[in-house]
Design a protein. Sequence first.
Length: 427
Amino acid sequence: MISPARSSARRIAALLTGLLLLVPAATGCGRGTGSGTDGSGASGSGSAGGEATALTALDYYTDETEHAQWGELLDACGRTVGVRVEHTSVPGPSLVPKVLQQAAARTLPDLLMLDNPDLQQIAATGALTPLDGYGIDAEGFAPGIVSAGTHQGRLYGLAPNVSTVALIYNKDMLAEAGVAVPRTWDELKAAAAALTRPGRYGMAVDANATFEGTWQFLPFLWSNGGDERRLDTPQAAEALRLWVDLVKSGSMSKSVLNWTQADVHDQFTARRTAMMINGPWRIPALEQDTDLHWGVAPVPVPRLGQTPVTPLGGEVWTVPQNPSKARQQKAARVLACLNSPANMLTLARQHHTVPSRTAVAARHTEENPSLAAFAQSAAAARARTGELGVEWPKAATAIHTAIQSALTGERTPEEALGDAQQTATGR
């Protein structure tokens, strides 16, 4: 699932770089004394040159069920490599600040989970170790997933499972209105208009002033040939105008300016919208409503025959730097275990996500047809940092600001995106 936006990603990256300069590079300091504790809370962990018997892992899976599921998997993978894994979770917005604190105190965890857009800024500081040094590669993973874990040509993180967005629709409402599932933008506008009536909108998106709003807009921007490197293009303006037209026509509520993805889901389950853009993490709640008959289709594209280009969601696991090569080797083996086909399937079944290995995703889709559209889109999905790297947060902020400006009518799509280009690049 896409995590909460980081409010100051570039400042954090710069600060982390400074903090890491304070960490001595010599082995034998900071971690792994071989007696009692190594400073991370893991007792009996082994010295820098000795046997590693315990590892620490940090993530943001604070939901009780999710934390327990990941804990069980980390324990199982730890047992396969002969270590005990001590698993800690912090709230999403606290993860990167926690990493800052640990870098300053020389207590970075042995295994670190990161929301995939955060990998670039952390890897750029030198805090992570390249995975090829442990014989880990990304063979069989979809290209966007490899891109999300790669910094300057080297692989630093792998995601066992991923997500993206698709069009979720109410089958009964479409059937009643005689509307086919829309495949193109023109069909989407026509369907949304036909499905709109008092107390119900045809379409809903999250267009709020956060990275979630940007995330939901990216399939429309990218599928039309728009590019975050150049926001003031006709292709980008055409994508934003689609959203503006849906609001102006009354087919989409102006309240989308304030809705989160959870709010969009609530509108859909309350039967106040017939279609929505959302992710596979909504499936468990949708399945609980036995009277709700829903389906999933790829996000509509500008022209028939195109493949939607959607953003890649999901978290990557990494091996941070520390003085103990033995610990890093064991941590890398645990990471490889997390990314095994069997464990990918386990996680996908638990969290309604898409396995990162293409062959495993195909198998999972056979078991879960409702995930087919998500799996199809994930195979062609793009990493948000793929073009801009550490500069992505600046562009993401400019995009959601432009969306707000255009949907409120303060600026035309062209004007709003011109402002966004100036904000993101200074030109």
